[in-house]
Each structure stands twice: as C-alpha cells, then as structure tokens.
Design a binder for this molecule. Structure first.
Ligand code: SF4
Length: 679
C-alpha cells in the first residue's frame, strides 16, 4: 500500500558494501517506504530487494532491544535503566588488566563509532586488542594488496565498470551479494565488455560469461598462477608497465618457469585450453577489471589468493586507469570504514601503524595518554586467549559471532567462559543470549554519521526516525563508557565533532567534512578541503611506490575429503538475506522469498544418494552436525555442496573450519569436508 509521506530523508542502505543511496519516506514518525536516491553516484537510484523492501520492518520491529539488560545472580538478563547498566558495566570492566580485555568493533556501525570504539580500547582500556569482522572477510585483502600496492582498498570505482573491456569475476556471486554492482556488470556486458567468471558454483553471472571456469574449491592459486604463466609464455604481458612501475617480476617469472600447467588443470578441475582462453582474453581486452569477494579471501591461503590476483593485474598493466583494477567487494555496509578507522589490532585510523613510534606519539599527543606498544590480538587469537583464560572481558559491538564465526559450537563454548561479556546490538541474537550486559543500540535510520562503501566513498547517513524505546547510538554508548572509565576526550556533542577529530588525525580523510558530503560523498584519499576525492588509485605511482609481484607456492586447503567425509562444503550468501539474518529474518517479504536454509547438491550426487528436493539431510563435519533440506541444483559440481549461513536453526558455521590463513588469520569458511545422511 502507498502512504503519502510527510518527509523524506536521504541516507545509505544498511546492508552491503555497495552503499546504495536511499530515501526513507516518513509518515507519523515511522518509515513507510524506501526509494532509490538518484543523486547517489554509487547506485544512481538503483536498489536490490533488500534495500527496497528489507528496511522498514526491521527498524520498527517489536523485537528491537529497547532497554539495557544486566544478568542477575540467577543468570537471568533483567531490564535496567542506562545509569545502572553503565555503572554496573564500568565497575566490572575496570577490574581487568589491559591484557585481560578485548574489544570487537562493528562493520555495521558508523565511522565515528568505530573511531570511538578503537579509541576506547587503546586510550582507556590500554590494549591494542581491537578487531572486527573484516578479520573474517577481507583481512587477506588488506594484507595481500598492501604488500602488492601499498593499500588494501578497492583500486577503482563502481562507476567505471562501464569503461572495462573485460571483467573477470572470481570468488564473488555479484548478482546476489552485491546486486547493484552485478547490474552494472551485466550492463557493461550488454555494451560489449567480455566477461570471465571463475567460481566453484555456476552462479547466475556464469550463464552470461564468455568464459566460465568451474574450479574445485580452494585451487584458486593454481588457476591464477596458470593464467600468469600463459600470459608470460605467450608474451602477452605489458613489459613497459612492468619495467616502469613494478618490481619482483623476475622472481615471479622464475617460479612460474617450472610450473606444471597440466597439473594445475588436473587439480583445479579446469581444462587447460579453458585456462588458456581466459588468460588470453583477460590480457587482450584492456582495460580489464578484476572483482572478487570472499570466495577468494576465506581460505587458509586467502592472502596467497589475493597476491595471485594482484600478480595478474600487474602483469597486464591493468592498474591505475578507469575500467581496470583489483576490486575486492566489501560485504558489510561499513567494513571499509571500520578498517579505515583503525578497528584493527595493528593500525590506528588511516592505517597508521601502532608499531611505528611516530604514529604512536601522534595519537598519544592527540588523546593525551600513553598508548600500548605491543600489538593486539585478532578475533581468532582473542578466542584462543579466552579459552586459555587469558582474556576475561570482551566488549562486543554489533556482531553475532556465535553464528558467524567458523566452528561456531566452539565459539559459543568460548564466549560462555568469559567473566564479562558486554554486547551492544539492535536485536537479541545468539550472541546477546550469552552476554552479562546487553546495551541496546539504535539502527542506521535513527542516527547521524558516515559510512564508507566498497569503493572508498565516504557517505552521510542521517537520522530519519526516533530511536526505538530507550536505545541509544553506539557512539553515545561508547563515549559514556569512556567517560565513566576515566578516559579523557570522550565528551562529544555528536558525530560531527567526532568526525572533525577523525579529519585531524587521518590524512586520507583530512579533506572530508560533513558539508562536503551532501553531493554524493567523497572517495578517499581526500587529503585537503579542496581535493575532489580519488576515484582510481595508483594512477601515477602505487601507494608503496612500485607495484610488487609475489612468487607464490600453491598450498592445498587444510581440510581434504576422505572416505568418511567425501564432500566439500563451500558457503556463501543469498540475495534475500544478509549475514546471520538478524535484520532480514525479521522482514516477512524476504522470509517468504527464502524461508529457510537449503543444502544445494549436484544432480549426480543426489541421484547416487537417492536424495530429492526437500529431503531432510544430516550434514556433518569433523566439528558438528546440522540438518537442512536438500535442493538439487545443476549449478553444483560433483562432490561439492553449498550452503548459506543466514539461519540459526541450520547454523552452517557449526560445520566450517577454523583453520586460519597464517598471515591474515581468516578461517577457512570455503572448504570443509562433510558427509551427508538422508534422514
Ligand atoms: Fe543495499 Fe547492497 Fe542492495 Fe544496494 S545492493 S540496495 S547497498 S543491499
């Protein structure tokens, strides 16, 4: 039904990293509708089903957390006022030493909030142990691209997809997980761009591709290295670019000299002539842009996967120009911003390293406090430290780790060992259930601030409706904790004042102000107040100077199939739900479109196991078991099954592997050995 609104507020979609501009239509203090903001340069008025229909119901949902909860002696969470909850929290938190305390920030919170959360960790709690869910999605991107280019950010812009001669999409189901970017890719293909899709599952874009390569999960390094070898052997590389702008080519070429293409084809499951055709197409159709997501990063060799992608782009000179580039697509709406704001254990805002004395001194002077020197722990390391009894208190903002982290049975057991678990969120979740203190936060529609989307575009979000009940903005809650724990400099009037502090301390954000964000945002780096922002990185030189090739040895995934666990489970997301579904599962329309989890299985395997659509299947890995309904799909290869992780009743991450990438610490969500039993 259409209800004529009283007013409209321009803001940003709270779901994925595309960061589409939306207009919230308001009547009687409630959201009545959502339209696309045509003035937004990231989305030009387009929205996917989540942005258009998945917002008003969750913002006004009856299950929103509306008052603080504190666990009593009987273990029951009891509603309290803010004063009592904050005093209780601070009186407990202050008892722990810095090394006993951890903080997890949020890719759903604003830049201003993430800035404050890491400031609280470092300047008040005295620890660099602050991390967030980028650890579980794009930490290999930050590590791999920082080594190759000096910056882990998406090199190009959504708007220049139209300029590409070739688009290579690997480990990303773009039309479902970043639908508005998927739309731009399809539009470019209609205009004549070549399309190469590489994925273990035949995703929708695969049907439109010039070349679709269905590799075995976990063999990306072999496939990408094979493409590099073909390009070198056939002389298709850009020698002028390599000479002028890169280093390390000889080492890469030497490693690839003995590389066995037939072996790579056999292990990856992709015929060599298809690999060759993809390499030739990518090298020839300039400019060529690579887009990837967590199909690349969520591996025990995720950083190597990212480095292999960087090698391919450096070899062909596909960097520093519109339509080219290496474009990691961020999952959450503000995962880029949370990284930019230093919600990571080794960097302050703007990737200024905690280990560098000059950086530390700069933040000590600004915050008026001595800062910790030793590096902090990553999320997997925090979990290990809780298990060992070293970390006893955790302040967790806007993340449902009990459902989203790999090997989630163990994660729940680990979180239950904490002496103090403080969780700040907008809904009750599987993680707030375990908390000693629950602090109710407002949604994106009830606060001001900024998000930074996948293309580094800093955009304003604006308060459109009043907070639900007594919920408060994350920045207010964190600032109150800071003040009450004795921190200096936590007395803020609002997000604008926090943003001015970010400006002063973060060179890449120095030229950005709220006033300048009214016309579609600005892409960092934006170092001065007159700087127009940077749509394409590395145009004249790389952030690190020269682009760095990396010679890579293929390492198989940690978990292999065997007689007992003969299938590979790979995981991902669907169009209709987001992450652990805390918001989308509260939207009836989206639940109607996808009411439950399924286990997607190839027809050959289904026939062999006498499995039909709708059968209940017990899926077990070496870590636990769940049940799900079977969905027989041609898109799956023999021996591979696929699940999303949006539903608590079928908690897929009970099955996934915690085996970590040695550089980035990301768990191996994409490859787990499982067995299937029809029940
Ligand atoms: Fe929201 Fe992403 Fe959909 Fe855009 S593509 S409307 S940001 S979920």
């Amino acid at each position: 039904d259409y209800v004529k609104p009283d007013s409209e507020t321009a803001t940003i979609c709270p779901y994925c990293g595309v960061g589409c501009g939306i207009k919230l239509q308001i009547r009687g203090g409630r959201i009545t509708g959502v339209t696309g903001d045509e003035a937004n340069p990231a989305s030009n008025g387009r929205l996917c089903v989540k942005g258009r229909y998945g917002i008003k119901e969750f913002v006004h949902h009856a299950e929103r957390l509306t008052t603080p909860l504190v666990k009593n002696r009987d273990g029951v969470q009891v509603a309290t006022g803010w004063e009592e909850a904050l005093e209780h929290t601070c009186s407990k938190l202050i008892r722990y030493r810095p090394e006993e305390t951890a903080v997890i920030a949020s890719a759903k919170a604003t830049n201003e909030e993430n800035y404050l959360i890491q400031k609280l960790a470092r300047a008040v709690l005295g620890t660099n142990t602050v991390d967030h869910c980028a650890r579980l999605c794009h930490s290999p991107t930050v590590a791999g691209l920082a080594t190759a280019f000096g910056s882990g950010a998406m090199t190009n812009s959504i708007g220049d997809i139209k300029d590409a001669g070739c688009l290579l999409i690997i480990g990303a189901n773009t039309t479902e997980t970043h639908p508005v970017i998927g739309f731009e890719i399809k539009k470019a293909v209609r205009r004549g761009a070549r399309l190469i899709v590489i994925n273990p599952v035949k995703i929708p874009l695969g049907s439109q591709a010039d070349i679709f390569l269905q590799l075995r999960p976990g063999t990306d390094v072999l496939l990408l290295s094979a493409m590099c070898k073909v390009i070198i052997d056939e002389g298709l590389y850009d020698s002028a670019f390599i000479t002028d702008r890169t280093e390390g080519f000889e080492a890469l070429a030497a490693t690839l000299r003995g590389f066995d293409l037939d072996h790579a084809a056999a292990i990856s499951g992709v015929p060599l002539d298809h690999i060759r055709a993809a390499a030739e197409m990518y090298a020839a159709a300039k400019p060529a842009g690579i887009f990837y997501a967590m199909g690349i990063t969520q591996h025990s060799h995720g950083t190597d996967n990212v480095s292999a992608i960087a090698n391919l782009a450096l070899l062909t000179g596909n960097l520093g120009r519109a339509g080219a580039g290496v474009n990691p697509l961020r999952g959450h709406n503000n995962v880029q911003g949370a990284c930019d704001m230093g919600a990571l254990p080794d960097v302050y805002p703007g990737y200024q390293e905690t280990a560098v004395e000059a950086c530390r001194q700069k933040f000590e002077a600004a915050w008026g406090v001595k800062l910790p020197q030793q590096p902090g722990l990553t999320i997997p390391e925090i979990m290990d430290a809780i298990d060992r009894g070293r970390i006893k208190a955790l302040y967790l903002v806007g993340d449902n780790l009990a459902l989203s982290d790999a090997d989630s049975n163990r994660v729940r057991q680990t979180l239950a060992k904490l002496e103090l678990l403080i969780v700040q969120d907008i809904f009750p979740t599987e993680t707030t259930d375990l908390a000693h203190v629950v602090l109710p936060a407002v949604s994106f529609a009830e606060k001001d601030g900024t998000f930074t989307n996948t293309e580094r575009r800093v955009q304003r979000i604006r308060r459109a409706v009043k907070p639900a009940g007594d919920a408060r903005p994350d920045w207010w809650i964190t600032a109150e904790l800071g003040k009450r724990l004795g921190g200096r400099g936590f007395d803020y009037e609002g997000p604008a004042e926090i943003f001015r502090e970010i400006n002063a301390l973060t060179p890449s954000y120095a030229g950005i102000s709220y006033d300048r964000l009214n016309d579609g945002g600005l892409q960092w780096p934006c170092p001065e107040a007159t700087h127009p922002g940077t749509p394409v990185l590395h145009t004249e030189r790389f952030t690190r100077g020269k682009g760095q090739f990396k010679a890579i040895e293929y390492r198989p995934s940690t978990e292999q199939t065997d007689a007992e666990y003969p299938f590979i489970l790979t995981t991902g997301r669907s169009l209709y739900h987001f992450h652990t579904g805390t918001m989308t599962r509260r939207v009836n329309g989206l639940l109607t479109l996808q009411p439950q989890e399924t286990l997607a299985i190839a027809p050959y395997d289904a026939a062999r196991l006498n499995i039909s659509d709708g059968d209940t299947i017990k899926v077990s890995s070496r870590r636990g078991e769940i049940t799900a309904q079977a969905e027989v799909k041609n898109q799956l290869a023999e021996g591979v099954v696929f699940m999303t992780f949006h539903f608590p009743e079928t908690a897929t991450n009970i099955l996934t592997s915690p085996a970590a990438d040695p550089v980035a610490g990301i768990p191996e969500y994409k490859v787990a050995a499982v067995k299937l039993i029809k029940v």
